[in-house]
Design a protein around this ligand. Structure first.
Ligand code: CMP
Length: 456
């Protein structure tokens, strides 16, 4: 095992294998944090099964000491994978505490002093708890890992802290009750729990710990002497701070969970305040709010998405746009069987636009600067002069190409009939696409001609 570890190449600090290993270290630390105080407080005898589990947990921690010489670390945004540097860094940080945490004092005591008390064996295992603060470094690392949901990690961390504090206080409460009971009344005797088995005693202790920490205190288990009374004060005091910390953190995690929704709500609040201050007529205000409602339901705020993507390199942006526009691309017949480079070129030029019902997109006889593709909704092309409806367009249609192709005025008006999601292609981009992709150009020209003739 050791020779394998010495020949092992250094691991990337964010590698998946390492995450699994770190999870194992957290689990072993949780095991130690649970069993060590429990056995000392409840004087619980160690069966062979527990003894093998202890051995396994210790073995994992020992392997970790050696493994850590092969785990790279981050320094000023760079991954350090040089073994000498890793070893130097590890020696200066956790190495000593990890070695102390793994000293097999309990095994030595068990072997040489077979009659040693369980409390002494437990005391020898206390150095294992030196690993406890490292769990928080692991949680911090996971929180910063983009593949993890930081809210889930944070909630797990809070649960981890609260559970262990509750457990430690339960163990201490039982220990105090058990020790003070010798000379007088204790909470164990007043509830006849000194006669019960360890499981029941632990459950009652844990129950007292939770009810006192949360300051619920039902009053069924009460302190019976001064030491228990002082301990109860301390626990209540710790409880107030602990639960204030937990509630504050849970609230922060929950509010961050739906950050997008909160941003949208803020934006809506600003729009409402703006319209209210400028005394916009209520019917118009309603139209604006309906529009935002639609934006939220169907797009989760498109404008925000595009602003966020601006930071990405073109190659990644193209892939994301191709994915986002695949619904449109699959609906527009002239895009089907198109070359991939044409699609990649085009998606970068399309700009999203959402329009409410009965809104004019194009007015007859105006000069045209752009054409449109329909992703969702219904529109009609008609003549405002004669009232003749030329066509009703749906998802997959395009319009506004005639004025661009022939440098003419708009041949018809186009009005939305429902909420519509469109993609706009501006004239300069349209011209470039026609120039570079003759197949697309031919198809658009053919359809434009048909429409123009139909109109006549
Ligand atoms: P354009 O003239 O730029 O602006 C109005 C658009 O309406 C026009 O381009 C076409 O895309 C569309 N259009 C005009 N006439 C018809 C028709 N008969 N059938 C379908 N669409 C039309």
């Amino acid at each position: 095992m050791l020779s394998f570890l010495s020949r092992m190449p250094s691991l990337h600090p964010e590698s998946r294998l390492l995450i699994v290993w770190e999870a194992l270290i957290v689990l072993v630390t949780l095991y130690n944090c649970f069993t060590i105080p429990f056995r000392m407080a409840f004087n619980a005898t160690i069966s062979d099964n527990w003894f093998s589990l202890d051995g396994l947990a210790d073995l994992i921690l020992i392997i970790d000491i050696f493994l850590r010489f092969h785990i790279g670390y981050m320094k000023e945004g760079e991954v350090i994978k040089d073994k000498n540097q890793i070893s130097q860094h590890y020696r200066n940080t956790d190495f000593k505490s990890n070695v102390i945490a793994s000293l097999p004092l309990d095994t030595l005591v068990y072997l040489f002093l077979p009659k040693a008390s369980l409390i002494l064996i437990g005391l020898c295992r206390i150095p294992r708890l030196l690993r406890f603060p490292q769990c928080f470094l692991i949680f911090r690392k996971w929180e910063n890992n983009v593949y993890f949901n930081s809210a889930v990690i944070r909630m797990f961390e809070l649960f981890f802290i609260v559970f262990l504090i509750d457990h430690w206080i339960a163990c201490l409460w039982f220990f105090i009750g058990n020790s003070t009971g010798q000379s007088g009344e204790s909470w164990l005797q007043s509830n006849n729990l000194h006669l019960e088995n360890t499981t029941t005693q632990y459950l009652y202790s844990f129950y007292w710990s939770i009810t006192t920490l949360t300051t619920i205190g039902y009053g069924d288990i009460t302190p019976q002497n001064n030491i228990e009374l002082i301990f109860t004060f301390v626990v209540m005091f710790v409880g107030v701070s602990l639960y204030a910390f937990v509630i504050g953190n849970v609230a922060a995690v929950i509010s961050n969970l739906d950050a997008n929704k909160n941003r949208f709500r803020d934006k809506l609040g600003q729009v409402q305040a703006y319209m209210w201050e400028r005394k916009i007529p209520p019917s118009l205000q309603k139209n604006v709010l309906d529009y935002y409602q639609y934006m939220w339901e169907y797009n989760r705020d498109v404008s925000l998405d595009f602003y966020l993507l601006d930071e990405l390199p073109n190659s990644l942006k193209t892939k994301i746009y191709c994915y986002l526009y695949q619904e449109l691309l699959s609906k527009v017949p002239i895009f089907q069987n198109a070359e991939p480079c044409f699609i990649e070129d085009l998606v970068m030029k399309l700009k999203p636009r959402i329009l409410p019902p009965y809104d004019y997109v194009i007015r007859e006889d105006q000069i045209g600067h752009e054409m449109y593709f329909v992703k969702r909704g219904q529109l009609q092309a008609f003549s405002e002069k004669t009232g003749k409806v030329y066509t009703v367009m749906m998802a997959g249609s395009f319009f506004g190409e005639i004025a661009l192709l022939y440098d003419s005025r708009r041949t018809a008006s186009v009005k939305t009939l429902t909420y519509c999601e469109l993609f706009v292609l501006y004239k300069e981009d349209f011209d470039k696409v026609l120039e570079n992709y003759p197949q697309f150009s031919a198809k658009v020209k053919e359809i434009a001609q048909q429409r123009y003739q139909m109109r006549d």
